[in-house]
Design a protein around this ligand. Sequence first.
Ligand SMILES: *Cc1c(COP(=O)(O)O)cnc(C)c1O
Length: 501
Amino acid sequence: MKYNSTTDKGIVVSASQAIAQGISTDGGLFVPMEIPQYSFSDIEAFTRLDYRGRAKKILADYLDDFTAEEIAECVDKAYTKEKFGGENPAPISYEKFGDIDMNILELWHGPTSAFKDMALQILPHLLTKSLKKTTDKEAVILVATSGDTGKAALEGFKDVDGTKIMVFYPVDGVSPMQKRQMTTQEGGNVAVCAIKGNFDDAQTGVKRIFTDSKLVKTLNDNGYLFSSANSINWGRLLPQIVYYFSAYADMVNAGKIKVGDKINVAVPTGNFGNILASYYAFRMGLPVNKFICASNSNNVLTDFIETGTYDKNRSFYATISPSMDILVSSNLERFLYHITDGDDALVKEWMTALKTTGAYTIDEQSKAKIESIFTGGFCSDEKTQEIIGEFFNKYGYLCDTHTAVAVSVYKDYAEKTGDKTPTIIDSTASPYKFSKAVLEAVASGEELPGDEFEMVDLLSKKTSTEVPAPLAALKSKQTRFDTVCAKEEMADFVLSTLGVK
Ligand SMILES: *Cc1c(COP(=O)(O)O)cnc(C)c1O
């Protein structure tokens, strides 16, 4: 199994190279050159395996330069009962919203209470094994974050041999809970630094470090190389395919569907990684009827699906579902590659237009193909809170602000179309990561405390739900990282953390 670049099929690499490199030398993203095909009897076999067993089969089919032992080691280290609070790291909660069935796939039972754990708990193991196959250096992972990714990467790479990780976040640009999660991070190979600036400054700073040839050489001379854990790495996308097959098998086992029945998936979308993983599952043989792509007020994808034009020249809104506040969904590039049956020249043309003008329009044929399986919708902050309030106060299920966007868009879709296909709705974060907005929604009109942990306690009392243990534990943890630096000082922070001159 080889991988090629979305914008140049001539660039071909192995699975471990794709993961070690992260992005292709021409700026394209790595995509598998063939997609493994599963029959209904292969899918049936998943019903007799646990999550880890399902993951081993799927990963093995994509990572053919890994041995079965290596894959087993990665999977067994990542998806433990301790880290995910139960045998199944991605359980389904079968709920009802009025007379609409909501099969909520809870992807946030990992150590940082967000769905990014599903990929970032295993990526460090895939990456270190990939690096071992391609280099003898120690990896220095740099991450710029607006919240969830930084913490999930820190937890994933914590004390993983052969890696060091440094995370930069905008000093005033993350939620109080997210800040606390990062500044109290444990582990001997981690460092966290706040930047005087916004998320873009942090991201630009990291990119500058990656491309500073003098700095890169200094690191190399000291036995290090820079690497990245961001969401365009194939090693982050691949583990996400697993939970779609796993959810399907769980629904069969629960008697909700029979093998071969079609399902819909509804996904709260930002960078298009999560929903793309479901599309890979479909291309592998998972019976999917519709992909429901849910956005918040930053509804660039809703417009794209409806019109065929992607246009990022628009207002940016800071919403109560911040992990979906994105105007350029990087993983869409992979989707376009597969929708056009691998037309690298066309993808390159569109991506070049995006870079130069901020917009592109796809051809009628590709648009029709997308329309036949995808539908998009979006939801305002006001509506998001209304849904959270109604879902909990009337029907007893508490969800976070991102999940509520998907619930709302799916509800609209089901009411409008009358489509009764059983639908998986991805739940991407614990409500306790966004306590303020969730509390306002379930206890509207009441006065709220100002302190984050008082809000967490109040939410728990009001809803009789449990605070995830890792979030509850933050209250009594010591702050380890209080460095705040100017954006020009990021390289110095890297060097001094490594003890390199
Ligand atoms: C990252 C994130 C998303 C968006 O996922 P994509 O794969 O980027 O589309 C949605 N919800 C939460 C809570 C997230 O952290």
